[in-house]
Design a protein around this ligand. Structure first.
Ligand SMILES: Cc1cc2nc3c(=O)[nH]c(=O)nc-3n(C[C@H](O)[C@H](O)[C@H](O)COP(=O)(O)O)c2cc1C
Length: 187
């Protein structure tokens, strides 16, 4: 994962910060804390190119159109997930049950895939209609084909059209949100 929030203070700076490096650093930290307060969910993104599959924790996930049904995800350059989505053109977005919160720590590095056992880091999965892996214990998922890829700084915003969506558990199950954890990302 790239350095949280960037490699050092990043401009532009508002007029009251000016050219003072210390003020710039303070402002950089404050802006990060502001961005961290944006509420978000926490998901596992499934990706696949040929037989290589991966699962990755992500919170930059949002629906971006309802006609057609488009979902966007912001993925770091350098992540295996980025390579697999670029090559394979598919991804899944799996929600996580609140009581399964420990899962998200297991998907912050390229995962061990056991194709014979159909597991990602020991978690059972199946392939969706696009071929992207879907965690069996995800309360719900959408399975997407990439429709647009937008280069945005150190991330690519992959926009996928929903090819399939389903619940795999009770519809009213509580799903994990960033504020349920002590983690953050970006900022
Ligand atoms: C709470 C949390 C949220 C994250 N959200 C994102 C995200 O939205 N986009 C992203 O590219 N990486 C995100 N990451 C980082 C990836 O999980 C991490 O960079 C991972 O190493 C990249 O995975 P990969 O190389 O297996 O594809 C997040 C990490 C954590 C801990």
């Amino acid at each position: 994962m790239a350095a949280a929030g960037g490699t050092g203070p990043i401009g532009p700076y508002p007029p009251d910060v000016g050219d003072d490096p210390l003020a710039q650093e303070e402002y950089d930290k404050l802006r990060r804390r502001v961005l961290w307060t944006f509420p978000s969910g926490l998901y596992v993104i499934g990706s696949r190119a040929d037989e290589r599959r991966n699962g990755m924790t992500a919170n930059w996930v949002t629906q971006v159109s309802f006609e057609p049904k488009l979902v966007g995800i912001g993925i770091e350059h350098g992540a295996l997930t980025h390579d697999l989505i670029t090559a394979g053109g598919v991804f899944s977005v799996c929600t996580v049950a609140r009581e399964d919160r420990a899962i998200v720590r297991k998907f912050t590095k390229p995962v061990e895939v056991d194709v014979a056992a159909m597991t990602l880091n020991g978690f059972a999965f199946h392939d969706g209609v696009t071929g992207a892996p879907i965690l069996d214990q995800a309360p719900a998922y959408v399975d997407c084909r990439v429709a647009h890829s937008i280069e945005l700084g150190n991330h690519t915003f992959f926009v996928g059209e929903v090819a399939d969506a389903a619940f795999q558990a009770a519809e009213d199950i509580e799903v994990l949100r960033m504020e349920d954890t002590r983690m953050n990302y970006g900022g």
